[in-house]
Design a protein around this ligand. Structure first.
Ligand code: NAD
Length: 460
């Protein structure tokens, strides 16, 4: 493997040095090829996502194929604008010099992706890296082996294989990749492995973007959204069970609601689950499966905690053979239980009750900074408090997960939920070094710049 990595990186560096990837024409050709690849392989992509995750083809299209198509199309349409150097207005002090900022590709980029959206989390960073003129090596996750094999087989037949490489493998291969010197590392995964990535990158002072996870809280301020409660319940249910069965970094992790409204909320969630997945969700084709036995066993362990068991108010059944966990609702599981202290990443929804919804701010602040905070509220005062008193990768009011789809907004975490951001123009920036260019004039000079200074006295 060492040799394969060496050779791939050598080829990438040679290609980059040739200047080919810097041309806008090359970048556009690659973006067009990604669009063509997705169009040509729609059925195959849906098949691998079903094999790896039991993902329904509509969900696969919404979260992965359609998402990648939109991302590549945006890049293709906006690239001419993105590459234009940005003129800087210099202070008078520097007259008659001029300044601008140009976006320079880093060179050889390493992309390590996760299994839950294996197509989009692999191709979307690649779109950004290509737009910015880089060469890319992708390693998808070993835990979505069919998607990983599909990408390794298909990408080379569509894209410039001297510039865009795919290597398959797990932590052992990632470890070898990380021993090499990259010009940028883009990682999607857990905070635990994120630390390993950052430590390896430090060896060469390589810049990193870390797209990590965490527990995304959802505040339900029932007073101000009582008339819209059906939509609120539908969106929460979609955000917990409607995308990879809760195995998404921006899933609704838990709900915060006032004690007085908790039972009404639960009674509204139950029929919503049934309307999504029928009376027997196990037979539904719309609920993704838990990715592996190991992940199933982790969720089973969280759920089998006696305190957590006692808090189950809906669902709770599991089938390890079928990697199935029923959509489950918990009411006030112990706050010191594992389920309330690690990212759930599964179809289990804890509801935590508060005396007053304003207490949700303190609750969120007592935990690591999340990737997203969701709040269903029309109370402007509560919105202001959430924005000014908490920190998170993003805040979405009156909806969930939709911020990810909107590439006019940057996507990324803060603190334990990540470093850096991407999507749309932010992806282009993520994979570019912003180089400052100053054009001096030899016509005039300021003598005070040079010694001897005896004849000058500078003051404010
Ligand atoms: P993970 O950290 O286990 O794996 C991610 C990648 O790292 C994989 O390619 C894997 O092969 C590699 N890896 C695993 N062990 C490694 C090691 N020891 N050294 C080097 N590389 C190693 O994460 P995961 O299980 O794939 O994904 C789940 C996590 O990812 C969750 O925390 C979730 O929130 C997060 N996530 C974040 C986003 C986002 O966009 N912010 C998206 C999806 C998932």
């Amino acid at each position: 493997m060492d040799e394969t990595v060496d050779q791939s990186l050598r080829e990438m560096r040679e290609t980059f040095a040739s200047g080919r990837t810097r041309s806008v024409k090359w970048r556009k050709t690659q973006l067009e090829a990604i669009i063509e690849m997705v169009k040509d392989n729609e059925d195959k992509m849906c098949d691998v996502l079903f094999q790896d995750l039991g993902k329904h083809s509509t969900e696969a299209f919404r979260d992965e194929l359609g998402f990648v198509m939109r991302s590549a199309t945006t890049a293709l349409n906006c690239l001419d604008k993105w590459v234009v150097p940005k003129k800087s207005n210099l202070p008078l002090l520097f007259y008659p010099s001029t300044g601008k900022v140009i976006s320079e590709p880093y060179g050889a980029v390493l992309v390590l992706s996760s299994w839950n959206f294996p197509i989009s989390l692999s191709l979307d960073p690649m779109i950004g890296a290509i737009s910015a003129g880089n060469t890319v090596l992708l390693k998808a996750s070993e835990l979505s082996p069919n998607a990983s094999a599909f990408l390794a087989k298909t990408i080379p037949s569509y894209l410039d294989s001297k510039a865009i490489k795919v290597i398959e493998g797990g932590p052992d291969v990632a470890t070898i990749l990380l021993k090499h010197q990259w010009d940028k590392i883009f990682f999607t995964g857990s905070p635990k492995i994120g630390k390993i990535i950052m430590a390896a990158a430090a060896e060469y002072l390589t810049p990193v973007t870390l797209e990590l996870g965490g527990k995304c809280p959802t505040i339900v301020d029932h007073h101000s959204v009582s008339k819209d409660m059906k939509s609120v319940v539908k969106r929460i249910s979609g955000g917990k069970w409607g995308s990879c069965s809760g195995q998404a970094c921006i899933s609704v992790d838990y709900v915060l609601v006032e004690q007085s409204f908790a039972s009404s909320l639960i009674e509204m969630l139950k029929p919503m689950i049934r309307s999504f997945f029928g009376e027997n969700p196990k037979e539904s084709g719309c609920l993704s499966r838990i990715v592996t036995k190991k992940h199933f066993q982790r969720l089973a362990r969280l759920l089998n905690d006696p305190g957590v068991q006692a808090s189950i108010v809906y669902g709770g059944s599991m089938d390890e053979e079928k990697l199935y966990i029923e959509p489950t609702i918990l009411l006030n599981p112990p706050l010191d239980s594992e389920i309330m202290n690690e990212e759930i990443f599964g179809p289990i929804l804890p509801i935590i009750t508060l005396r007053d919804i304003q207490e949700s701010i303190g609750f969120i602040k007592s935990k690591p900074k999340p990737l997203a905070i969701y709040a269903f509220t029309k109370d402007e005062n509560l919105k202001t408090r959430i924005l000014s008193e908490t920190s998170s990768g993003s805040v979405t009011f009156n909806d969930v997960m939709i911020q990810y789809m909107c590439d006019a907004l940057p996507f990324g975490g803060v603190g334990e939920s990540g470093i850096g951001r991407y999507h749309g123009k932010y992806s282009f920036e993520c994979f570019s070094h912003e180089k400052a260019i100053m054009e001096g004039s030899l016509a005039a000079d300021l003598e005070a710049r040079y010694p001897p200074w005896n004849s000058f006295k500078l003051t404010f």
